[in-house]
Design a protein around this ligand. Sequence first.
Ligand code: GLN
Length: 484
Amino acid sequence: MKLHLLPAHSLLALLGRGEVSAEEVVSSFLHRVEEVEGDLNAFITLFSQDSLTQAREVDKLRAKGERVGRLAGVPIAIKDNICVQGKRMTCGSRMLSNFVPPYDATVVRRLKEEGAIIIGKTNMDEFAMGSSNENSFFGPVKNPFDSQRVSGGSSGGSAAAVSAGEAPMALGSDTGGSVRLPASFCGVVGLKPTYGLVSRFGLVAFASSLDQIGVLTRDVEDCALLLEVIAGYDPQDSTSIDQHLPDLVLEMKKGIKGLRVGLPEEYFSPEVDPQVKEAVLRAVNQLTLEGVEVERVNLPHTTSAIATYYIIADAEASSNLARYDGARYGYRAQGTRVLLDMYSRTRNEGFGDEVKRRIMLGTYVLSSGYYDAYYLQAQKARTLIRKDFEEAFCRCDLLVTPTSPTPAFKLGEKMDDPLLMYLSDSFTVPANLAGLPSLSIPCGMTREGLPIGMQIIGPPLGESQILGLASIYEQVASKGRDGL
Ligand code: GLN
């Protein structure tokens, strides 16, 4: 049995029945890492020995008949901008290449409490800024379906690791699409929860009004399971939502008859790759056969989303990244004599090009004389984008769109043209600007053999409906594949 190809819920069933040990599970994923990591570059740091030791402990507890957690013995990969106590966390940057956090992020604490085994920290675009995972100090992550192509970013390592069977589940972060875009490029399920549903305590801040930790899994059931474990109120994050979350795995099995799905015209524009459009519309068609009602809707301010996002995200980033000055932690330039020289050389040597570009743009849009024209204007546009969604959700329960206008592109293809790169995020940033939950699920392949992702966006706290629709689609699609 190829354990590394199984989703976590199947592994948990085998573990629960004593048919495999946690040690066998972890070993099988570590072997897989050895096999494919040379091509993929999905991990920055791997915890092979520690994870085997923890697996043996889980096995001992089980053998004694003691209570084990809901994810006991399941390996998980964590994006390298989420703190794991005592383990190096780089954020894909030279700036933090020697940084060891002294505490666990809340999500990591919750995973540990449920017995999950952290097998490593995944590669990412530097400080989560990017759409292709080519902005990492540790080199790009390659797409498991085609090593000439990008994995998508910025959680490219997490998406590639799950896709290639290096881990059954992973955590990522999503500020403007960084969970969903790589999920769609690598053919896995990726969910960005409602803003505030998952604690950001211990996640390195990029743009605090947009950042959310999200999950990447092989299937929808795992997505619900992992979200249940990490979600919930946390007094250590002031934006955390204090509300009880329903049992997602149960809720999502309720059925979808009569569910109203909106197709926003703006997401099916002529710039979208015809194969992507076709695959998503085919999937929608299959859903109508399951009782879903479909109608066309409009989100007229979608065209302003990229400009709005890149002003707000960069403004917040320029302020959040001011803390990396070489004085407190992380990289420090050598041989400087004056404080200002130490600051500027540290930042010049420690940050890569894209991060510098964001800091400069962000500082510019916040500076006096330009604040009103850019930052304030972007905040107004953000309100209009949010209102578009509010109106659409008066008419329908969920929205369905392509996750990205194109499938995975070639390595290097967009590196010299930042604007073209930013346009990859056209369909993912609106959900962040409006704080909405949104999921990407594989919905077919291109003729070249590249995965295509379908995005399902819901109203605030609409995770269980999103998962319900995704789970029905998953069943329909797998029937189609098996020719039943
Ligand atoms: N690609 C977007 C950016 O570069 C989104 C990144 C993210 O979600 N972390 O800002």
